[in-house]
Design a protein around this ligand. Sequence first.
Ligand code: ATP
Ligand code: MG
Length: 424
Amino acid sequence: MSSKITAPRGTQDLIPPDSARWQELEARIHALAQRFGYGEIRTPLFEATELFVRGVGETTDIVEKEMYTFTDKGGRSMTLRPEWTAPVMRAMLEHSLLAQGPQRLYYIGPIFRYERPQQGRYRQSHQFGVECTGYEAPEADAEVMSVAWELVQSYGLRDAALKVNSIGDDVCRPRYREALLAHFRPNIALLSSDAQRRIERNPLRLLDSKEERDAPYVASAPRIEEFLCDACREHFAALRADLDLLGIAYTIDPRIVRGLDYYTRTVFEIQSSALGAQNAVCGGGRYDGLVRSLGGPDTPAVGFALGIERFLTMVETAGATPARKRDGVQAIALGAQARATLLPVAAEIRRLGVPAFMDYEERKLLAHLKIADRNGARFALIIGSEELTAGQAVLRDLTSRTDRRLALEEPRVLAAAVVEAQAV
Ligand code: ATP
Ligand code: MG
């Protein structure tokens, strides 16, 4: 006896009816991105490991411990995509898009991170994100935030909160870094082991520590606000003014720093109390230094990534899932001759753009109606021996439970009559 094979830890199968919720969300995302002028990009599931080491940063959780890295048969080190921004920038460089002026791209698809699976944290998860390149102006930052915010709003998710911060740039961040080091160093022995490990390489990351031991030292840490240079301060002020103009409610949160090394100035998150410990559904910001670190020209860029699984948890918690509407026609044939009559009618109904379902077993009418329910059919088109003799079919409205009779015409004509009847 061989043991059962299950899906790998931290991965999920997506099956009906849940897959319909995903499709609905994806359809909304495609329409939303289009309204903002973003075009879709799809990149390979795996890339050269070097891309992520350079493009995400060696001191990040992702590169330090979360990558699915393997050596292919040609001896090359490859990594399953743990995030999209580096691959998108790689592709933009490769196709010389950046030389053609500002660009707007979006993506939807899986990411892979070797994490400890728990609520809201998986080894394969999915992200929707956008990247807007070529604009230094804070209007671009406000634009990408409003893409994410519109999606949240379209589901009426009231417990979502937008938190923004500025983490400065190469001019002012080094001074802040020094101030943080001076603050944390005297207490280093009291900090969590993660914090101790990170402090020298990336002290900003201590600010988003979730360890209780670190909390008091994080709370009393100096704030970036006082360290921002004039240019960063102005950029942040202008961004806030733009968000006000757009009517987007936000709060400033000095603890939002984002885990990735390549951020400059703007950083933001959308958080929700519906998510528990993993409370961020969306993270983003500006990363003006990334393209250059990948060997490209200096390119201002801003974007976000939003977790689809966490977003759908929010939708579900808010009860914002649209009720499944009954739709389509269950073609119910009682007997072989009726089945031969209905088969082409069902085909014609589908050609007219209306769903049609059919069961191919010999069953009682009641059993067929149960199947119609399971399929969510709005109507049943029923033919038994009586109907065949009378030259009629019964069209039953499964919501109002009323019947009407349609003449048994050739498939096209009958299908058209069914479609017309169900349209009202
Ligand atoms: P976290 O704080 O949860 O570790 P992160 O900083 O690693 O988040 P990002 O890399 O910014 O997350 O990814 C953006 C979004 O993608 C997150 O806000 C979250 O919604 C989603 N996400 C990231 N990693 C996972 C995961 N392992 N499982 C499910 N969703 C994830
Ligand atoms: Mg993470």
